[in-house]
Design a protein around this ligand. Sequence first.
Ligand code: 2U9
Length: 340
Amino acid sequence: MSYPNSMATMSNTLETDLQTLQQEAEKEITAVDSLEALEQLRINYLGKKGKLSQILRGMGKLSAEERPRVGSLANEVKESLQSHLDNQRNSLETAKLKAQLAAETLDVTMPGVSRPLGRLHPLNSTVDRVLDIFVGLGYQVATGPHIETDYYNFEALNIPPDHPARDMQDTFFLTENVLMRTHTSPVQIRYMETHEPPIRIVAPGRVYRRDTVDATHSAVFHQVEILAVDKGLTFTDLKGTIKEFLTQMFGEELPVKFRASYFPFTEPSAEVDVQWKGKWLEVMGCGMVDPNVLKAVGYDPEVYTGFAAGLGIERFAMVLHQIDDIRRLYNSDIRFLSQF
Ligand code: 2U9
């Protein structure tokens, strides 16, 4: 049995078409340079409506003997195209990853952007040192409002209206009865009103006095005051406490002098001088709490005694760091501040 010529031609044509398709496709696949274009090629050649399917549609017309031959060639072509597609996808994906890695490379050895560290202002570090010493001696830190009433700032501290002692602290009044505190002492009054002895407190804070600003005066400055109230406290306890504080503050035991003075809220009162680098410096004031102050907060002065002391933080910072003008502490000049 022989086949009509047309059939032989049909199978030859299909085989040639398949081979041409393979050559063309493989050339295009190897030349493509993006994953998107590669996917488009896959659809064009191997997709449902792709070129391979179109050629294979002609297989229906083949004889039963020819069909397996063309069929197996078609499979070979399909597998070859598939493996070319896979190879090309792999190399494109590898190239893409490499490019991405190169673009995202971090040089971990590159020096960072330097950000200068901040630091404490010398007033704050001085307050901190003072507080640390008193906390070490068993004192508790107490704070209170900057805006006070006449009662807490003056009357409870044994400074009645029209008393000449008021002239010692020119005051910023907000109303007749309300003012900017001239010392941190109202903090201790408030604390005593709400606590029973024994008490040991240290009160740091900003205070306000009408003052003409010069190298040693400022209308706004900082104080730390201490107060201890207990049964049997004497001037000896006060002296021992202040000597210990000054020894820790200056880092060595220095000659200390207690010079009689006057404060309305203490009796007796004293100024404290310390000899440092050959000079006597007045560094703080102190005294035994006046019985009138204890009475004002409801403590019985026949049962309890107390001692108190106060110091100006600016004065201490200036002495310790040899600062010649108080205004340097408020100007925020970084060349000055970065020295501390
Ligand atoms: C209460 C009772 C007594 C606090 C005291 C001083 C002496 C003193 C000055 C130092 C320099 C103020 O900053 S300064 O100008 N202070 O000399 N302060 S006794 O006495 C008190 C406080 C509170 C209830």
